[in-house]
Design a protein around this ligand. Structure first.
Ligand code: S3P
Length: 145
């Protein structure tokens, strides 16, 4: 089986997956990292060149490529749940863990973090948060506060 971490930007997916990987002796895959490798560009550059739609297409391609890998922890990008095809590739034989974080906590964390293309202002981010919340809940087997 595999463990997939989902959640909003700065919910702690990368940090938790690395701790979990060490504890369980399992390898960790970062889908954002694979996307960057595939495109040969940074996340910002991908958004600038291909837009969000292009980013999501790369996300689908990466999900398809790794769908048969088992005994692995997969840390996803915050928008992984935006497309049913993407998450659908990985759902079989997976436990999907949603790291739930309040919007206020995310705001505080994002202030001190590197720039994210989809987080240019608070209002836009809140809209994305509200849109995604039910999707994270829908796709997850386990919610961790
Ligand atoms: C995105 C989140 C980012 C990255 C990309 C898009 C999103 O990953 O995939 O910038 O749509 O929320 P993190 O959740 O690791 O920041």
């Amino acid at each position: 089986m595999k463990i997939i971490l989902i959640g909003f930007m700065c919910s702690g997916k990368t940090t938790i997956s690395s701790i979990l990987g060490n504890k369980l002796g399992m390898n960790v895959i970062e889908t954002d990292e694979l996307i960057r490798q595939k495109a040969g560009l940074t996340t910002d550059e991908i958004f600038q060149k291909y837009g969000e739609v292009g980013y999501r297409e790369l996300e689908i391609a990466v999900a398809k490529e790794i769908k048969d890998i088992l005994n692995i922890i997969i840390s996803t990008g915050g928008g992984f749940v935006m497309n049913n095809i993407t998450i659908g590739y990985l759902k079989p034989q997976a436990k999907i863990v949603y790291l739930h974080t309040s919007f206020d906590t995310l705001l505080k964390r994002l202030e001190g973090s590197f720039a994210r293309p989809l987080f240019n202002n608070k209002e836009q981010a809140k809209k994305i948060y509200d849109l995604r919340l039910p999707l994270y809940k829908y796709y997850s087997d386990i919610l961790i506060e």
